[in-house]
Ligand binder design. Structure first.
Ligand code: ATP
Length: 255
């Protein structure tokens, strides 16, 4: 059984077809890339997979179960976590609380648990704090645990967002433009971090990224979309030399 199977996904917004008949498959723990020019439909694909949009058409199977149309927290609970193009953190909470809160949400406490702080609640709290602290140690973030994200450099904020996504122990991690806004030394750190996460956590990673150096050095398979349609897929070498891809990025005049 494939980890993720997407069949003929289509998303329309009024008269605009943002994604058209998009299909892909993760057999296991691959690290794959989704690239394409601005407005090609990449984030829309991630928004559908993570439950933010219900597709107009198509089917998504995750570990054999249909997930298209499920609410985001249900998708997360099934094992898909994501980061966003524009970092989304709670800037008035500490780094540690940012990580704990996403686990809370995932646990689905009821009001009774919260008010009574019963044994179930206390045990979960302990377990979640230990998971969060272990992650912070693994990602070299412990020194910032009591800081608020707004006071930290952008590169660290990116890392916090990734740590938060990992804290729910996903089988598939979606990274939406993780290198956006990073300087070149942070980009090198990010490449190493993603490679390390892929090996250490043994998870599948699907990445949208405009910085070709990042995609080409990390991904074993890359899919390219333009105007919502897949125009190419293959290994980094195949993609770099594909005339349709070059045309989509540079236009006819530059070839
Ligand atoms: N909620 C929405 N309502 C209407 N149109 C939308 C919505 N979300 C995306 N679109 C449109 O769908 C198209 C694809 O957008 P999307 O954000 O998926 O592209 P992208 O490939 O991620 O682009 P970028 O690389 O610039 O982030 C665009 O024309 C965008 O304006």
């Amino acid at each position: 059984m494939s980890l993720l199977e997407i069949k003929s996904l289509t998303q329309q917004f009024g008269g605009l077809t943002a994604v058209s008949e998009f299909s892909t498959r993760f057999e296991g723990r691959e690290l794959m890339g989704l690239i394409g020019p601005n407005g090609a439909g990449k984030t829309t694909v991630f928004n559908i997979v993570s439950g933010f949009y219900k597709p107009t058409k198509g089917k998504i199977l995750f570990k054999g179960k249909q997930i298209d149309g499920l609410k985001p927290h249900r998708v997360t609970a099934m094992g898909i976590a994501r980061t966003f193009q524009n970092i989304r953190l709670w800037h008035d909470m500490t780094l540690l609380d940012n990580i704990l809160i996403s686990q809370h949400y995932n646990l689905g406490y009821n009001l009774f648990d919260l008010f009574t702080r019963n044994r179930r609640y206390m045990e979960n709290e302990k377990r979640m704090t230990s998971i969060a602290m272990e992650l912070l140690e693994q990602l070299n973030l412990v020194q910032f645990k009591d800081e608020k994200p707004r006071n930290l450099p952008y590169g660290i904020q990116r890392k916090i967002e990734i740590a938060r996504a990992l804290s729910v122990k996903p089988d598939l991690l979606l990274l939406d433009e993780p290198a956006a806004g990073l300087n070149s030394s942070d980009v090198q750190d990010l490449i190493q971090l993603i490679r390390w996460i892929h090996n250490e956590f043994d998870i599948a990673i699907w990445m949208i990224e405009h910085q070709m150096a990042v995609v080409m050095s990390l991904c074993s398979w890359i899919q390219v979309i333009d105007f919502g349609k897949t125009i190419a897929e293959g290994t980094p070498d195949e993609i770099q030399n594909n005339p349709d891809v070059i045309k989509a990025y540079l236009g006819d005049d530059n070839i």
